[in-house]
Design a protein around this ligand. Sequence first.
Ligand SMILES: [Zn+2]
Length: 210
Amino acid sequence: MLEGQGLVLEEIVPARQGWAHRVRHGETLVITDLEGQQAVDFLCFDADDPGDRYSATNTIKVQGNVYVGLGTVLHADSGNALMTVVEDTIGRHDTIYGCCSIPNNRLRYGAETTESCYSNFEGVLAPYGIGREGIVANINWFMSVPILEDGCAGVAEAALRPGSRVGLRAERDVLAALSNCPQMHNPCNGYNPTPILVQVFRAGDRGAVS
Ligand SMILES: [Zn+2]
């Protein structure tokens, strides 16, 4: 299935683990939710200027929509385009709820936890010299956060759709970082964290694939 499609990297990210990789300009990162109902927290940075981070507010304001989906350009603080969503089998992904952390698990659920997306981000960003200042409001791929008319929002259980995927074309060299969410206190992972697949395809070798 993959021959001839310019696959340059393919890895399984185990349940509850983080992952980071430099994606070169023009390459496409494809994230696949193998078993379904798995939230994937995501950040990206200009690889040559890591202080220039993904900006949820710039991304939301430019497109005039709080959800990310096919065609969304992920903008940095500088306004530069970091990545573009070129494949999306879901249609909308959360931009406002950020990542789970040991403190917000305590605040929200009164739970003392030892693993979180925040901790995973700290771990995978440290080798690139990025500290907590880089952990901003992230994208939550495959996570459903409906917003009601009165502003109420919350994590809803997503439909079980194994094989859901998003493709992100790098508009410059970017550092992509993700956390395969370990959360067990809300339905974002169906109370069963599972592995995901990450693939990187060479520039020009991954067009519009349905
Ligand atoms: Zn999480």
